[in-house]
Design a protein around this ligand. Structure first.
Ligand SMILES: *Cc1c(COP(=O)(O)O)cnc(C)c1O
Length: 344
């Protein structure tokens, strides 16, 4: 093994997609593959999603969309973020569809999805203003939920009602789409014509709990190894700032992965699996390395950072963030890690 290896389980991805398609049916499932598929690799994820019946690919930028158009000539590709100035030509060449957030920006000759702000307070037009701009090719109407993952349903339901109310104002053939992963799993009535699922495709829980509770399987695992073992005497420390001081003779293993690889510096105290045993990450995380407190494990033993029961949700909790950020942070360039895809 090189410093670390990322394994992307396309079989798990297939099962998650089937699960989400069932939840959304008869609406289409659209696969959100922005940010390199949340760190999972957008080409492979898009290929499998299309094989499993995804009706479209959703990205954040025209560049992400154009990169996917080369290998995938057929499917609908929707750019959900704002069209940056100068990107119109590329969007047209790549036959992308664009989320339109304001009439001033209406690009000519591109299929548009009118983006309505029903309460997210981000991109989108106010519901009262939404109309089909003259000469525009409108194919869809969309909105985005601010609180679909939160225990209190009140605000999500208000957004859902506001979005439903728009339907009478538009021709029936327009595709209405609102739901993200959380809403797809939680509000079947929010599915409309299509759902836009990201995080759940990857087997990450949109609610931050155990994905198994939602019949989702983590797709990505990340493994490294014990590159060296140190025996600390009481009073000796490991790492910058001497933040871990041994109180008794302590064996510590060094793992060649750090925040430069996406193992964030706030992860001190989280757990990884070393040769089958849960072990605690100790001391300050360096750019290229972190330390674990060991039992009797040996140099060269496998260290699972994600996978084998270690969930992105656990690391997210230690970091005070969401699972999305954990996988998006993982650096997958060949200079840092190797990436392996398995299917079946
Ligand atoms: C990222 C994004 C999604 C996907 O959200 P998940 O919570 O990952 O399912 C859906 N819609 C829009 C507009 C987005 O930006």
């Amino acid at each position: 093994m090189r410093r670390s290896e990322i394994t992307v389980d396309l079989g798990a991805l297939r099962r998650n997609i089937r699960r989400l398609r069932e939840a959304a049916a008869p609406a289409e499932l659209w696969a959100v593959v922005k940010a390199d598929a949340y760190g999972h690799g957008s080409f492979e994820v898009a290929r499998v999603a299309l094989e499993e019946g995804a009706g479209a690919l959703c990205v954040a930028t025209v560049q992400e969309g154009a990169a996917l158009r080369e290998p995938f000539p057929e499917p609908r590709i929707l750019v959900m973020g704002p069209l940056a100035s100068g990107d119109e030509g590329l969007a047209r060449t790549a036959s992308l569809e664009i989320a339109l957030s304001s009439f001033d920006q209406a690009p000519q000759g591109l299929p548009l999805h009118l983006k309505v702000d029903t309460g997210m307070g981000r991109y989108g037009m106010a519901p009262a203003e939404v109309a089909v701009p003259a000469g525009a090719i409108v194919v869809g109407v969309m909105s985005h939920l601010a609180t679909a993952d939160e225990p209190d349903e009140t605000f999500a339901r208000r957004q859902l009602d506001a979005f439903s109310a728009l339907r009478q104002r538009f021709p029936r053939e327009l595709l209405f789409h609102l739901a993200n992963s959380a809403a797809t799993l939680r509000f079947p009535e929010a599915s409309f014509g299509a759902v836009r699922c990201g995080v759940a495709l990857y087997g990450l829980s949109p609610f931050g709990d155990d994905p198994g509770r939602h019949e989702l399987e983590p797709v990505l695992s990340w493994r490294s190894y014990l590159a060296q073992i140190k025996e600390l005497e009481p009073g000796e420390s490991t790492g910058y700032g001497r933040r871990f001081l041994a109180e008794r003779p302590t064996r510590v293993g060094l793992v060649p992965v750090g925040y430069g690889d996406g193992f964030r510096r706030g992860l001190t105290g989280t757990e990884v699996v070393v040769a089958g045993n849960r072990r605690r990450v100790v001391g300050t995380i360096s750019m290229d390395s972190f330390a674990v407190e060991l039992g009797d494990e040996q140099e060269g033993d496998a260290v699972t950072i994600l996978g084998d029961g270690v969930l992105a949700e656990e690391h997210a909790r230690v970091l005070g963030t969401i699972n999305y950020e954990v996988t998006c942070a993982i650096r997958r360039e060949p200079e840092r890690a190797s990436v392996k895809y398995v299917d079946g």
